[in-house]
Design a protein around this ligand. Structure first.
Ligand SMILES: [Zn+2]
Length: 99
């Protein structure tokens, strides 16, 4: 190997952020990390689950709850706003026994 022309070679491997598995791979870059790997990806494990490393599911559930609360609030307001039954004009003029 010729001296002074090769970059530093790291053999630490790649660390998976989800399951913590260390994959032994050499690289010229130190501290490589991946979000998901073949050890924990649902495609390889065959199990149906959502891998949530960025908190996206939590954020979605929070937004869903807020939307549900608003919907309930809107419906209760709509129910409270039901207008009283409108009397017919005939009944208004001639009283209840008209018709
Ligand atoms: Zn993994």
């Amino acid at each position: 190997m010729k001296q002074g022309i090769h970059p530093k070679y790291y053999t630490d491997g790649i660390v998976c952020g989800t399951c913590g598995t260390v994959w032994k791979i050499g690289s010229t870059r130190p501290n490589l990390r991946v979000e998901i790997c073949a050890n924990c990806h649902p495609f390889y494990t065959g199990e149906q689950r959502i891998v949530d490393t960025a908190g996206q599911v939590d954020r979605f559930m929070r937004r869903l709850n807020v939307a549900q609360e608003r919907q309930n609030e809107r419906e209760s307001r709509r129910a409270a706003r039901t207008q009283p039954e409108k009397k017919s004009l005939l009944k208004e003029i001639y009283g209840e026994d008209a018709e």
